[in-house]
Design a protein around this ligand. Structure first.
Ligand SMILES: N[C@@H](CCC(=O)N[C@@H](CS)C(=O)NCC(=O)O)C(=O)O
Length: 233
């Protein structure tokens, strides 16, 4: 099989890279990483050379480029069916796909207001606004309902670990960063995912990698004056 290469951005800021990385890590397949630092590639030149959208993540496999986290997840699920990236049960699988699709297409307020910043924590409490609050309610109720309906066999959304956990893992990290507290099943799930060895590894890398983005870091200081590069969700 040709080598798998996953191009990603900064561990600290790139939530979509984290989703694809968790998925490929779950497959156990050997892969190589190509890191493209956002601050060193402001005009997207390196990313455009690899990815038709100029965005990461992109998975390179032989002559193929597979871009966009959802397509990457589907490709990896086909490449390594034994890894169980999707649940085995058809109804559970349909629900997992709905959840991933909703995450992929939705939650604009959380994405815009609470960007991933794994190594930082809010310095003082602040209200995030109605749109964020509504999305937080939707996220926590979907995690809770899914755990209650499908979570009997383990601590993840569908019991054992699937792509759905990878898709929401960056949200659990955002909630920790921005001081959004959780209860019950949602809290237990978030703790499970944040303590996954793979998540800890990614967080350690985020701590060590440098390449700070002052505009994003300023959001943690209640200073909203900075403007970050586009779409660093
Ligand atoms: N829908 C894409 C989103 C990819 C995306 O927006 N990636 C961000 C980093 S997390 C990016 O490359 N931003 C840089 C840019 O837009 O120039 C996916 O699911 O992979």
């Amino acid at each position: 099989m040709p080598e798998l290469i996953l191009a990603i951005g900064n561990c600290n800021y790139s939530s979509w890279s984290l989703r694809a990385w968790l998925a490929i890590e779950q497959t156990g397949l050997p892969f190589r990483e190509e890191i493209i630092w956002f601050d060193e590639d402001r005009d997207r030149r390196q990313r455009k050379a690899l990815s038709p959208t100029g965005r990461v993540p992109v998975l390179l496999h032989g002559k193929m480029a597979i871009w966009d986290s959802l397509a990457i997840g589907e490709y990896l699920a086909e490449l390594a069916p034994e890894a169980g990236l999707w649940p085995d049960d058809r109804m559970a699988r349909a629900r997992a796909r709905s959840l991933c699709a909703e995450m992929h297409a939705g939650f604009p307020a959380v994405r815009a207001t609470l960007p991933l910043n794994m190594r930082r924590r809010m310095e003082q409490h602040r209200e995030h606004g109605t749109d964020v609050d509504n999305e937080v309610r939707r996220l926590t109720s979907m995690w809770t309902d899914t755990r209650q309906m499908f979570g009997d066999d383990g601590p993840f959304l569908f019991g054992r670990r699937t792509l759905a956990d990878a898709f929401f893992a960056p949200v659990a990290s955002r909630f920790r960063t921005y001081g959004i507290s959780l209860k019950g099943e949602a809290k237990k799930w978030a703790e499970t995912v944040l303590n996954l060895p793979a998540m800890r590894t990614w967080a350690e890398r985020a701590n060590a990698e440098g390449h700070p983005n002052p505009a994003y870091d300023a959001l943690l200081l209640n200073d909203r004056s900075g403007t970050g590069p586009p779409n660093l969700e």
